[in-house]
Design a protein around this ligand. Structure first.
Ligand SMILES: Cc1cc2nc3c(=O)[nH]c(=O)nc-3n(C[C@H](O)[C@H](O)[C@H](O)COP(=O)(O)OP(=O)(O)OC[C@H]3O[C@@H](n4cnc5c(N)ncnc54)[C@H](O)[C@@H]3O)c2cc1C
Length: 435
């Protein structure tokens, strides 16, 4: 620490728990209606509206819901995608794996690895995953001729785990066989209907990016919908959804597939060569690479075409400032929230301050100054904050810049060395938003 994005590079959690938290939060929004155990039977659109026909739990009749836009996040088998006739592009990975979750006894836990391990062993590649609490996961590659779907009896599962866990040292919780593949929809939007999550893409799990990619889709759409509905921006803005997300998903999925190919090597000779090559590349020393560094930025869409930093994720220091006589420390994102952020490094002169305020107003941005003398909240002039640890100032300095514009989803639109270039960039940002 400090980590560039503020948070630790990795967290593990149980997906159903997270989904419960998200559902609870959603049901507290007064604009949202949550219907569980409801089945979408049909969907479609005309020039005014998109619609879904839904069989609600406990109701005999089918209800039609209409909306300006419909986001199909109905999973890898997406019936909505199929009705639209949108094909998936196969990026060329197809392996059968068995995923086994176990709850391990307390006394056994300390004997298991305390971090994720990929066992790149040609006789049976497998992955060990540390889950929250006593939850541990084993993902084992299924070999040719082995059962690759359906239910597996414990008599088959325990021998697969015998190297780590024996009956009596934990209990098997659940298991499922999956085909790990790299698939991406050729089209992400058809008129008023947009695909998101697994409906739009599936990745082998070797970089643990499946659900994360879906979250990126949701963030990408959320601020654009806000622009369209609140700020009356034209719907052409939604064309940038596929332009931004498709290449990002393809690059991330290809990186996961590349890792998968390294892990899944079954030829002993080639596996020995792979090990030698990997060691040689590392100079004979095992080095740590954090996964974040393998995830690309945005390469196209609503980012400046030439400005430094364009498409990178906005760094996030912890920042401190004086507020009502007390010292407050927050994450930078807390200040910008889901607005555009215009940030400057250094104590601003009065003239600079005025120009920056005018620019921030035009793009409805939070205006933040990173200063070195404590930081004071100045309502009209923007917020002056001091960063804890060297994150933002060195990053901007490495780009040769003092100013940066970050989009509401915390991707950098671009950085600028001086006010004139910044002004041009702000004009470009407004133009690309269609304002
Ligand atoms: C073994 C394994 C390990 C993984 N590990 C990770 C990881 O470490 N990190 C990570 O980020 N991701 C991981 N993933 C991927 C992650 O689980 C998925 O990417 C994620 O669940 C996709 O979310 P989604 O909402 O798009 O689709 P889903 O989770 O599939 O949800 C789609 C929902 O739509 C519903 N639905 C479908 N049709 C209808 C209909 N007609 N009417 C009503 N509802 C419908 C389904 O019931 C389902 O609830 C892993 C996946 C697997 C298989």
């Amino acid at each position: 620490p400090p980590h560039r994005l503020g948070w630790a590079p990795n967290y593990v959690f149980n997906q159903p728990e997270l989904e419960r938290v998200l559902r609870n939060r959603l049901s507290q929004q007064k604009e949202a209606h949550v219907f569980l155990e409801a089945e979408v039977l049909d969907s479609g659109q005309d020039s005014d509206m998109a619609w879904v026909d839904v069989k609600l739990s406990g109701e005999a009749t089918v209800r039609r819901f209409t909306a300006t836009y419909l986001v199909a996040c109905d999973g890898g088998g997406s019936p909505i995608r199929k009705r639209l006739g949108i094909e998936l592009e196969d990026l060329g990975f197809d392996e059968a794996w068995l995923v086994i979750d176990a709850i391990v006894n307390d006394e056994k836990l300390s004997q298991l690895p305390d971090t994720q391990v990929q066992y790149c062993e040609p006789q049976r590649p497998c992955t060990f995953v540390v889950g929250p609490g006593n939850h541990r996961r084993w993902e084992v590659m299924l070999l040719p001729g082995e059962q690759s779907s359906g239910d597996y009896p414990e008599a088959v599962l325990w021998p697969l785990l015998s190297r780590w866990l024996k009956p009596g040292e934990g209990r098997l919780w659940r298991h499922a066989a999956y085909r790990f593949h790299g698939l991406v929809a050729r089209k992400w939007r058809e008129g008023r209907i947009l695909l998101a999550g697994d409906a739009a893409h599936m990745t082998p799990p070797f970089m643990a990016q499946g659900m994360v990619q879906g979250m990126r889709d949701a963030l990408n759409l959320a601020w654009k919908f806000e622009c369209i509905f609140k700020h009356k921006v034209g719907e052409a803005l939604l064309d940038s959804y596929q332009a931004e997300r498709h290449p990002h998903v393809v690059a991330t999925t290809r990186a996961a597939m590349e890792l998968g190919r390294i892990i899944c090597e079954r030829d002993p000779q080639k596996a020995r060569q792979r090990d030698a090559d990997l060691r040689a590349k590392q100079g004979g020393v095992i080095k740590t690479t954090i996964r974040q560094n393998m995830i690309p930025g945005l390469a196209s869409g609503l980012i400046h075409t030439t400005a430094p930093g364009a498409g990178e994720l906005f760094p996030q220091p912890r920042v401190t400032f004086n507020e009502n006589g007390a010292r407050r420390t927050v994450w930078l994102d807390t200040l910008a929230q889901s607005r555009t952020c215009l940030l400057a490094v250094g104590q601003p002169s009065d003239a600079e301050c005025k120009r920056l305020q005018a620019m921030a107003k035009r793009i409805q941005a939070a205006l933040v100054f990173i200063v070195s003398d404590g930081g004071t909240a100045l309502a009209q002039a923007g917020l002056q904050v001091e960063e804890q640890g060297a994150v933002m100032a060195p990053w901007l300095a490495s780009l040769g810049c003092r100013y940066v514009v970050a989009r509401p989803d915390h991707y950098v639109y671009g950085a600028a060395p001086d006010l004139d270039e910044l002004e041009q960039m702000v004009n470009g940002y407004l133009h690309s938003l269609g304002r």
